[in-house]
Design a protein around this ligand. Structure first.
Ligand SMILES: [Zn+2]
Length: 290
C-alpha cells in the first residue's frame, strides 16, 4: 500500500505537471469506487469537474486531493494496490492504451479512472485489485469526508512533545499503533517495520512502556526513514510507481522489511524474523529490538 513517502512523491510530481491546467472532464471505469459526495446540482462526473482549473494538489495522510477553481475537490485514495499516473492514453477495444513504454507496462495498465486536461494530458489511476476510492466533494464539505475526518496528526508534521503525549496514553503495541491512521497518519507496514528497527524498539512493546529516550529515538527514526524514502522516491516493492510509470527505489534500502532470514545489518548475530501480525506480517531483529 502506498504510504506517506509514496503519496507525497506522487503529490509533488503531479503538482509540477498539472497546477493551473484546466480540466475537460473524466472517465469513470468503476462507478462503485467513484463517489459523488456533495450535493451538486449536476450529477454527472464530467459535468461536475469540467472547466475547473487545478489550483492545488495536496496530501492528507495517504489521500491525494486536487482542488479546482470551480470549488470542486477530488479526493483519491490509492488503497492497497493503486497508483496515479500522468500521460496520454487512447481508448481502443475496451482498454486504455498508452504509447509511452513505461505507462504501457502491465503494472500500469489497470486504468479505472481518468481526468482529462484541456492540453491533452491525463491523470489516470491504475489499480490491479480495484480497491481505490475517488470522491467528488464541494471544497467546503471536504472535511466531512470520513477519509479526512478520522486522520491523526501527520507523521512528518507531528512534534516530539505531541508524540510523547499520545504514546503515553496508549496501552496497545507500538507496531499496531503506528499503523492506526487515526493515531498518526501516513505510516503503513513497510515504514513501521523499518522505523522500529532503526530505533531498536521491539514491535511488541506497549506504547506507554516506552521511556523518554526511546520515544525520542522513535521520533528521530520516524522522520529519518520517511525522509530517506522521499529522497529515493518511495518504495516499489509492490504496485506503487511514480506518475511516469517508473519504480521508486527505497525497496533497495530495506533493513528488515522482506529481509526475513537475513542477518541483522547491525551485525549483532540476530536473524531477521517474520511473524504473523493480524492479516499481514511484521519483521524485526530479536537481538537488538528491545
Ligand atoms: Zn539486530
Amino acid at each position: 500500500m502506498p504510504e506517506l513517502p509514496e503519496v507525497e512523491t506522487t503529490k509533488k510530481d503531479l503538482s509540477k505537471k498539472t497546477i493551473l491546467e484546466k480540466v475537460k472532464g473524466c472517465w469513470v471505469g468503476l462507478p462503485n469506487r467513484t463517489f459523488i459526495r456533495s450535493d451538486f446540482k449536476k450529477r454527472d462526473y464530467s459535468e461536475i469537474i469540467k472547466g475547473g482549473k487545478i489550483e492545488n494538489v495536496y496530501r492528507k495522510g495517504k489521500n491525494i486531493i486536487i482542488d479546482l477553481s470551480n470549488g470542486v475537490s477530488i479526493l483519491m485514495h490509492q488503497k492497497i494496490s493503486g497508483h496515479i499516473l500522468f500521460g496520454k492514453w487512447q481508448y481502443d477495444s475496451g482498454k486504455w492504451i498508452s504509447k509511452d513504454k513505461l505507462l504501457a507496462q502491465k503494472i500500469n495498465s489497470f486504468i479505472y479512472f481518468i481526468i482529462f486536461l484541456t492540453n491533452g494530458n491525463m491523470i489516470a489511476l491504475s489499480d490491479p485489485r480495484k480497491f481505490f476510492k475517488v470522491e467528488f466533494w464541494k471544497k467546503e464539505d471536504l472535511e466531512e469526508s470520513q477519509a479526512i475526518k478520522e486522520l491523526g496528526p501527520d507523521a512528518l508534521e507531528i512534534d516530539l512533545k505531541r508524540l510523547q503525549g499520545l504514546l503515553g496514553k496508549r496501552k496497545q503495541g507500538i507496531k499496531k499503533l503506528l499503523l492506526n491512521q487515526s493515531f498518526i497518519s501516513g505510516i503503513g507496514n513497510i515504514y513501521s517495520d523499518e522505523m522500529l528497527w532503526d530505533a531498536a524498539i521491539s514491535p511488541f512493546r506497549k506504547a506507554n512502556s516506552l521511556k523518554e529516550d526511546e520515544t525520542k529515538k522513535l521520533f528521530k527514526s520516524m522522520r529519518k526513514i520517511l525522509k530517506e524514502s522521499l529522497r529515493y522516491k518511495g518504495d516499489s516493492t509492490s504496485d506503487y510507481r511514480l506518475i511516469t510509470g517508473e519504480e521508486g527505489s527505497y525497496q533497495k534500502r530495506h533493513k528488515v522489511y522482506q529481509r526475513d532470514g537475513e542477518k541483522c545489518p547491525r551485525n549483532d548475530g540476530g536473524i531477521i524474523k517474520r511473524e504473523k501480525f493480524g492479516n499481514r506480517s511484521l519483521r524485526y531483529c530479536p537481538i537488538c529490538q528491545k
